[in-house]
Design a protein around this ligand. Structure first.
Ligand code: ZN
Ligand code: ZN
Length: 191
């Protein structure tokens, strides 16, 4: 897990009411996180649209189940034509948060193996910054494409084949001749 976790106020929720209430209690929050705030989450992605969605918390079995859903968009570079493009990102997270303090006794609850990002702190703050950050990172495509049929570059003349056509394909040399021409070129360079 990253050390430089940014915690956004708008992604922190005081769940004391939920923790002291009856099991099965729920809370819902509308989420609107402006780009300026999302920018602080990570420099591994470039957000261009606010995150809009909602968070639902369910208090059950000494745990709070957090359901976070919403949409944003990031700028990516196409892996074929290298043009920047906007990629919509849909987030659908379900994570279980555990309290670090027992509400009844005020005593710390030891959960040594717990993921720090999934602990409700001693002030009863449940923070979804880190799970949102990870979820955005995980939803980025391994091979970004500006469109499924991006034609990319011509490997011979470098033309962006989405916008222009070139005649390289037409003049394609027989591979056997290509090897010979390479040999002749090398021979010339050796002189
Ligand atoms: Zn492309
Ligand atoms: Zn070409």
């Amino acid at each position: 897990m990253s050390n430089k976790i940014a915690h956004l106020d708008s992604l922190q929720f005081n769940v004391a009411g939920l923790l002291t209430g009856p099991k099965g209690g729920t809370r819902s929050h509308k989420l609107y996180i402006p780009v300026s705030e999302l920018d602080q989450l990570d420099d591994g992605f470039d957000v261009v649209a606010p995150f809009e969605g909602n968070a639902r918390f369910l208090w059950t079995n000494e745990r709070i189940v957090a359901l976070v859903t919403g949409d944003t968009a990031v700028t990516l570079q196409c892996s074929r034509c290298l043009e920047p493009f906007e990629q919509p990102i849909h987030i659908d997270i379900e994570e279980v948060f555990i309290p670090s303090v027992d509400m009844a006794t005020g005593q710390p609850i030891h959960a040594d193996d717990a993921d720090e990002a999934l602990l409700i702190d001693e002030h009863h703050i449940l923070d979804i910054s880190e799970i949102l950050r990870q979820s955005i990172l995980l939803s980025l495509p391994m091979t970004p494409l500006c469109r499924p049929d991006c034609k990319g570059f011509c490997s011979t003349c470098g033309a962006n084949l989405n916008y222009e056509t070139c005649t390289c394909q037409d003049e394609e040399i027989d591979p056997r001749w290509a090897a010979l021409s390479l040999y002749l070129k090398q021979d010339k360079n050796d002189d």
